[in-house]
Structure formats: C-alpha cells, structure tokens
Design a protein around this ligand. Structure first.
Ligand code: GCB
Length: 647
C-alpha cells in the first residue's frame, strides 16, 4: 500500500451497566502482561532507519524496501525506539521531514514460539505517528491510522513458514496530516520559483505543539495460547461497605471455554471469585480507589485474575491474564463532580508528552520524574492534552491516585472541511480505540473528545452531537466533554457535554499586559457559561508564557513575575466560584514544550511552570502552595504528606 505525499490519508449516569464498548472493532487491546501462559519480548533499542527523501516520498514502496534488509537498499542510520526521530540527529531536514520513514529490526524468536503451533505470537506497536504499515519478512501484516494508540498483528503463522529465517520487522511511518486526520493538517506547495526552490512545501498544522513523529511507544512481541482472553471490561460500584465489580470476559480461539475469575486484594488474598464469563463480584469491606490527597490510602488496586480453560480435538489450553482493578464511582450533578459520592475538585495540570532529544518517545526516567513533580506540587489530576498518553502513564495514575481527563487527538479542528463525514467517521473510530484501550483505568474519570474545535461553524452541532452520543454509548459510566474556548455564545457543541471545560487566556491573547482585567473577565466567563448550561465547570487551561530566568518588577509579559501574577489573579476568582459550580482548575502547562517555529514562540511554548528540563519557575511555588492548601481544605492527607517539604 502506498500513500503518496499529497494524499495522505445524564447528568447522572446509568452507572451500573457493563458496557460493551467495542462497536467497530473486532478484538480487545489488553495491555501485554506476562503470566504463566504469556511471554513478552520487548523490541526497544536500536533499529535501522531511513527517511524516504525521493521527491514523492514513495520510492520505498516503488522499490519494495520491505522485501529485503533495509541496509541492502540504501544508506541507513541508527534510530532509537521508542523516540521521535526529529531531534536525534544534527540534520535539520530530518527534524522537519514530512513523508515516509522506514524502521527495521531483526529479532530472534524463542524456538518454542515457532514449534508450538498453539502459541499465538502477536506483534504490538504502542504507538507510531501518524500512519503505519508493518511487514514481517516482507509480508504485510497490518496498517494503522492514528499516532497515539496501539495496534497489533498476529504473526505466528508467518514466522513458522521458514523457521531458519530471522524475523525481520519493517515499519514504515508517515507523519503527513490532512484535513481528515486527527489532528488535522494540510500541505501547501509553494510554486513561485522566484521565492521558493523546486519542490518546496510546508505542512500547516492548527495545533500548538511540534508534530513529532516516529515510533513513540514500545514495540514488542507477546504470546498467548490459541484459546485466549481477548478482552475484559470492568465497571465498579459500591453499596455501603460492599464493592461491586461487574465484569465481562471475551474469549477468542475456542468455541467453548470455562473461565475462573478471582479478585485479590493487595496482600494476594482472594476477596471474591466466579466461574462465569460475566457477572458481579461482591467485595466485603471494600477498599475504594481514591484520588491522591483525597484519602490516606489513595490508588488502591485489586488484582483480577482471569483464568481460561479450553480444549479442542488436539489440545487443551490455559490462559491467565491479570488486570488491576480500582473500585470507584464517578457522577456529575449540576454543580459537582463526584468521586465515590464525594465532591472532587481538580487541582491539576495539563501536560504534553514532550522532552529534549526523545520528543514524544516514552521515557521512564521522565515519567517517574513527572509523577514526583506532580506529587511535590500537590496536583491530584491532569488532562492528557491533546492526545491519548502512553498506557504506562495511565497505569502510574491508577497506582498513585492521579485523576485523568482522557483526551483524544481531536485538536486543531478548525477548517470546515474537517467537519465532513470522513473526519467524523475517523473520529468515531478513534474514540472506539481510545475507550477500548482505557476503559478499565480507575484513574480515567472523563473522556474529552476534542480541544478548541471551531465550534461556531454550522456543522459543529451535528458533529459533536454525534461524537458525544457515540462516546456515551461506548461508555455510559463516564462523563464526556470537549474543551472549548471562553466564547460561549458561538459554541454549538456545548449543549451535549456533561461538564463544561473552558480555556481562557485573559491578559495574554486578549488585553496583553493588563492583568487587572482578569477578575472581571473571568467572572463574566463563569457566569455566562453557568447561566446558560447549569453544568459544572472546569477551567481547563489558563496561564502565561515565562522565559525561565527573565525577571521584571513591575511584572512584564514573558517574565516569571508576570506568570505568577496572572495565576494569582485567576486564583482569586476560582476561590469564589469553587464554592458554587467550578469543579477544577488545570494550569497550562506543566512544563515548557516544543512547538513549530513562529514569532510567538521562543524555542517552544513557555507557559510551563517547570522548564522543559523540569526545573521550577517561580509560578511552580505559587501553585504548590495553593494546591497543598486546597488539598488540606478538601481532602484527607496521607500521614507522610504532613511533611511535604521532604518530598
Ligand atoms: C490553547 C491550546 C493549547 C496552546 C495554548 C497556548 O488554547 O489549547 O494547545 O498551547 O492555548 O499556549 O496558546
């Protein structure tokens, strides 16, 4: 397949239904875990790499680079996986490259995987941005659209064809964005030869972060028996002290199978079990899953072991998969966001997957550092602005009790042509994939289907009505929102959301330099929106750029002092409105991040309260003081947090 460059390509919820989320997808996407029946082999590390620099970027397909070793068809370089390729070399043309790049790696597969015909061998890519085609030993095994969600292919029969051959995995990845991709983008060819060299083009994007590309998350092989647990869906509730875990197990590879489900507490004691593929487990003296700083034992997880037994004429099969389960509820009233029936106030951040050198590549030191900073800050939540983050990050959230608003890559929907049928159809599939992947995370409390779309355009009403309805059908247990800007009068999608999430940048993009307008404008914003919709409101973005180390008093834009005073001016209003219907505040942004080059960006967006290298600016201390005060007022602090200075 070849894609030429110019193409591209309730308020109160019905809480206790086990939803069947996978409408358009025919299999589950459980996170690969080792067990007595499953092995995992990570393929991270160095791959060989080549960008297809031919004028139409199509030479790789024309010459079938996937048919032989990449080194045999031209020059290659080392490329780490996972990582964006953009900042790895000194070559500016690779940093800004648009089109197909080719990755390849050979793997030695354990002999048992080959000899045992009843073992499924699955190749899984955590994410690759944006469009991927995958071959094994020259045979195409899958392709996938979308840069932030996993995809996989069963390759067992292929590698068994010639057991003497090493398993050669080739992945071609194309970062071209079109008006129908998510996020959207478009290519402009500059044909005026008095101004631009032959073949000159630029990719325009309508979002404010660098379009990093490549294989961003782990690639791995994992095995399951032929008869296997394909998916598990869990919905939780509680009544007094009894936890209720409604579950459904789907099986593939066997006409009939028996299933044993065992729920264990942290000490590995069985607290409930069943032999049905679906049902309700009752947990006496339940330990609920609580957010960080809301309870002295946040992030409590049970383990649900699913053991499947099946047989056919030739063999018997046993498969074991263990899923972490947090028991909690989420509800929304006209003015509150409730977790376990208690009001929850989001005091958190917006993030990006972004760092020096690796770009958007998954990086454990960075992940752990960020969680330590979140805890230091007293943040209890974040939004995955503006795309789904790695599952590894959500697992950390589950374990640490960090609450997540899970956002799909619907950012930059600004052109009317991005509201058409092709866009909507793809957006629905992305929501299917997102809910399929993240439905069982207790930390995920709300879906966000988009960020700041051009919601004033006539097609927006149908688009968002359909999208939000679809998402609620996928998962009736969580509220759905999209993130809007502060102009309520023209927002056609807002009637359909459960929680109103508003971004505003008073004294920055409007009335620059005038922090004195913030109280009145913010107050007006809240009153307008609440007056119109009577739904709880989250201030989903606010902030100001500050170049670390640049100071001025009185405060001037881009100084650390200005960022501080903007934040403080917002906080005064939040403190009034959170007594009424404001249920959260998320700073833009946790850390400075890379953007495309432009006259308003100084080597990236500087609205971070931490630098890109995760050092605090003055604003971080303001926020830390505030978040710990909020936590003290609204939550129940764990014993160790009495000494937060030791964090
Ligand atoms: C926004 C966008 C975010 C930008 C931010 C800014 O409204 O949602 O992606 O980075 O403003 O700094 O301009």
């Amino acid at each position: 397949m070849c894609l030429p460059l110019e193409f591209g390509y309730v308020r109160v919820f019905c809480l206790f239904v086990v939803f069947d989320p996978v409408l358009s997808l025919d299999s589950g996407m459980l996170f690969p875990r080792e067990s007595s029946s499953r092995e995992v082999k990570e393929l991270n590390g160095l791959w060989v790499f080549r960008a297809d620099r031919s004028p139409n970027r199509n030479q790789g397909f024309e010459l079938a680079w996937y048919k032989s070793r990449l080194v045999e068809t031209g020059p290659v370089i080392d490329m780490p996986v996972p990582a964006s390729y953009n900042d790895i070399t000194q070559d500016p043309t690779l940093r800004n490259f648009i089109g197909w790049v080719w990755y390849e790696r050979e793997v030695v597969v354990p002999p048992r995987w080959i000899t045992d015909q009843d073992t499924r061998v699955v190749l899984r890519v955590g994410s690759a941005h944006y469009y991927s085609v995958v071959w094994v030993n020259g045979v195409k095994v899958t392709e996938h659209e979308g840069g932030h969600l996993p995809f996989e292919a069963e390759i067992g029969s292929l590698i068994r064809k010639d057991p003497t051959m090493p398993c050669r995995i080739t992945i071609a990845v194309n970062n071209t964005l079109t008006l129908q991709t998510l996020p959207p983008g478009s290519i402009q060819y500059m044909k005026d030869r008095t101004k631009y060299p032959d073949g000159f083009f630029v990719q325009s994007i309508y979002f404010d972060f660098f379009n990093y590309a490549g294989i961003h998350r782990p690639v791995l092989l994992y095995t399951t028996p032929k008869a296997h647990v394909d998916d598990i869906t869990v919905v939780t509730d509680f009544l007094d002290d009894t936890g209720l875990v409604k579950y459904k197990v789907s099986v593939q590879g066997a006409a009939t199978a028996t299933v044993k489900v065992t729920l264990m507490d942290k000490e590995a004691h069985c607290v409930a079990s069943s032999t049905e593929p679906s049902g309700v487990l009752k947990v006496v003296d339940v330990k609920l899953w609580w957010p960080y700083l809301m309870h002295d034992n946040p992030g409590y997880l049970y383990s649900m072991e699913v053991r499947l037994m099946a047989a056919d004429e030739e063999s018997t099969y046993e498969d074991v998969y263990t899923l972490p389960v947090g028991i909690r509820t989420v509800n929304v009233t006209s003015s509150q966001f409730l977790i376990n029936n208690k009001p929850f106030y989001f005091h958190g951040v917006n993030k990006h997957e972004d760092a020096d050198i690796r770009g958007k590549g998954l990086d454990w030191p960075l992940i752990v550092k960020d969680f330590n900073l979140l805890k230091w800050l007293g943040a209890n939540s974040f939004r995955t602005s503006h795309y789904p983050y790695a599952e590894e990050i959500l697992q950390m959230c589950d374990r640490h009790g960090i609450v997540v608003i899970d956002e799909c890559p619907g950012v930059g929907i600004k052109d009317i042509r991005s509201f058409g049928n092709a866009s909507l159809t793809h957006h629905l599939v992305v929501m299917d994939e997102l809910v399929r992947r993240d439905k069982n995370h207790p930390s995920v409390v709300m879906w966000s289907v988009a960020n700041e779309p051009a919601a004033e355009m006539p097609p927006a009403e149908f688009y968002f009505k359909t999208l939000i309805k679809h998402t609620k059908a996928l998962d009736p247990t969580r509220p759905v929102t999209y993130i809007t800007d502060s102009n309520y009068a023209r927002d056609k999608g807002a009637p359909f959301v459960d929680v109103v999430c508003i971004n505003s940048y008073f004294s920055w993009y409007h009335d620059p330099g005038h922090v004195e307008v913030i109280p009145i404008q913010l107050n007006t914003q809240f009153e307008n929106w609440y007056g119109k919709y009577q739904k709880p409101i989250i201030q989903s973005e606010y902030g100001a750029d500050a170049v670390a180390g640049v100071h001025n008093d009185p405060p001037l834009m881009f100084t650390e002092e200005y960022q501080k005073v903007v934040l403080q001016s917002y906080h005064h209003v939040f403190d009034q409105k959170r007594k009424e219907y404001v249920v959260g505040e998320l700073i833009w942004n946790f850390a400075d991040f890379m953007t495309t080059q432009g006259i308003t960006r100084v080597v990236g967006n500087k609205k971070g309260i931490f630098t890109r290298q995760r050092q605090p600016k003055a604003a971080a201390f303001i926020l830390k003081e505030r978040y710990w005060r909020l936590a003290n007022e609204t939550g129940q602090l764990p014993v160790w947090t009495k000494y937060p200075c030791q964090l």
